[in-house]
Write a protein that binds this ligand. Structure first.
Ligand SMILES: [Zn+2]
Length: 281
């Protein structure tokens, strides 16, 4: 059963390979070292925890009560409502997270996936539901290759201009499409333009998603040249950094080429490029 396989693989990924996220009471995209460190949460379950029990469809799994089968850690808890997005990750050693927004776009996303696969690296893709609805096979590939897909709204609006029901619709429809193409609902959310408000935080939490912003903005969407993008990543590289780039939303060949250059550079410098695990705090 493919869904079970995906789910098991992803459980292993989340349990074994991820980094914890760190929040800060600041503005999206602003690095505030040392502020608001987020606890990593309880230890992840043993990798065999799920396999040892009965296999469950993801949907059924989410409906498990807090008491009963397996360890409490294996049941997603209610997501707390934050007042600021998470800006960086914590982890052992030099951990970094690469994120790609606004896709998927068949002109650029496959190239980015090829590069990540060549270096056996996992990344995050904050997809827009509208794009994802046209390119579900790319979501399936992201799942197969161990990447994390987050919710970046349906049509990339400025959420602060929308009603609460408008925000809900943007988020909910996107989570539905992601579940369909990726195999499970997203656990991460990123507001377009980094423009968050209380309703976005509350609705995101209601949908089980943590808000993730970024530490280093490559400004790749301005098409500053491949070299400039590479330099921004290299100059911004530091333990815990979350990098923002784009695999869609315009002409992104510079972003594609830059990744081919800075990714081996980061790995040569000793960085572990990975995806965050949910803290379940
Ligand atoms: Zn965006």
């Amino acid at each position: 059963m493919q869904k079970d396989q995906l789910f098991t693989r992803r459980r292993l990924l989340l349990a074994g390979a991820g980094a914890a996220v760190v929040g800060a009471a600041g503005t999206a995209g602003v690095l505030m070292p040392g502020a608001g460190t987020e606890a990593a949460g309880p230890a992840p379950p043993a990798a065999g925890g799920l396999a040892a029990g009965r296999p469950l469809e993801p949907a059924a799994y989410r409906l498990r009560p807090l008491t009963g089968y397996g360890s409490p850690r294996s049941v997603p808890r209610r997501t707390r409502v934050r007042s600021a997005p998470l800006l960086r990750v914590s982890g052992r050693g030099r951990t970094m997270v690469l994120t790609f927004d606004d896709g998927p776009d068949p002109r650029y996303t496959p190239d980015i996936l090829d590069t990540l696969a060549a270096y056996d690296v996992r990344a995050m893709f904050f997809v827009c539901g509208e794009m994802a609805s046209y390119h579900k096979s790319l979501l399936a590939r992201m799942s197969d290759e161990g990447h994390v897909v987050g919710n970046h709204t349906w049509s990339h609006p400025l959420l602060t201009t929308l009603s609460r029901s408008g925000i809900r619709s943007e988020m909910e429809r996107t989570s539905d499409v992601i579940e369909d193409g990726y195999g499970e609902r997203p656990q991460w959310f990123r507001a377009p333009y980094g423009a968050w408000n209380r309703a976005a935080f509350r609705l995101g939490a209601e949908l089980g998603m943590e808000p993730l912003a970024w530490t280093v903005d490559t400004l790749d969407w301005t098409r500053p040249g491949t070299r400039a993008i590479v330099d921004r990543v290299k100059d911004g590289a530091a333990p815990g950094v979350v990098v923002l780039s784009h695999d869609a939303g315009g002409e992104r060949s510079q972003s594609v080429r830059a990744l081919r250059e800075y990714l081996p550079g980061l790995l040569d410098s000793g960085y572990r490029v990975t995806v965050p695990r949910r803290p379940y705090t």
